[in-house]
Design a binder for this molecule. Sequence first.
Ligand SMILES: Nc1ncnc2c1ncn2[C@@H]1O[C@H](COP(=O)(O)OP(=O)(O)OP(=O)(O)O)[C@@H](O)[C@H]1O
Length: 266
Amino acid sequence: MQPEQISRDGSVPVSAPAIEVTNLVKAFYDTSGDRITLAAADVNFTVRRGEFVCIVGPSGCGKTTVLRIIAGLEQATDGQVKIGSAASPAMVFQEASVLPWLTVAQNVAFPLKLKGVPANEQRARVSELLALTGLTDFADARPHQLSGGMKQRVSVARALVDNRDILLMDEPFGALDEQTRLVLQQELLRIWERTGKTVIFITHSVDEALTLADRVLVMSPRPGTIVADLAVPFERPRDVVELRRDKRFWDLTYEVWRLLAVSPEH
Ligand SMILES: Nc1ncnc2c1ncn2[C@@H]1O[C@H](COP(=O)(O)OP(=O)(O)OP(=O)(O)O)[C@@H](O)[C@H]1O
């Protein structure tokens, strides 16, 4: 995807949003050209620079599709996506995408190696990222020696290693147990506060969205469109456990569940 808000000298106007999605439509067609699924219909939203936005919505409503279009991995059928950054976004998927034959350090270094970054620079950057994600002691471990949560840390470290402005996360903690998930949420918040990335994070968990986000976008059932854009008022830095003592957390939880039209006990 070509950045469309970069001025001729390569600088990014400070006022430009990080991501602007306008009237986005995505239909999937079968090989004969007959439309089979309208995945997303008229999706509109803007993400400011440095903002943390979560998207929630029913299964199959087009969340991943929208994220993949923003990442440049999928073509929109109609509408526009503008990225206010010179570099394409980095992406973290639900399943940790580690290369099993490489060590943790080599996995994290992989994007730098592809770009031909000199070895000493690679080492310095990788050791920063291992420290940031709590993996320093596992630098030489292979993926089969790691827990699911640690593998997902490797994926996060690798997505951050080449310092792109925008981080797209597709249910990155969805496969983890509740406790590991809480730990990684806290760490992700700490990393985000330090790095100032712009983040879009997809989750099925209303709880997770309210814990992490500045804003929660709620999508309708397929064909997905944004039905609500809720500001999350909790001050930063946040403590993922203490947040749950705040009555506003539960009021907002109720509000999002109402929008999803599913009662919390289902
Ligand atoms: N490559 C594809 N070809 C055909 N249909 C697709 C393709 N990718 C996604 N779809 C369809 O588009 C719709 C939206 O899928 P998508 O994965 O974006 O939903 P989602 O909201 O991320 O779902 P979930 O929350 O269950 O992960 C689904 O009906 C899916 O079957």
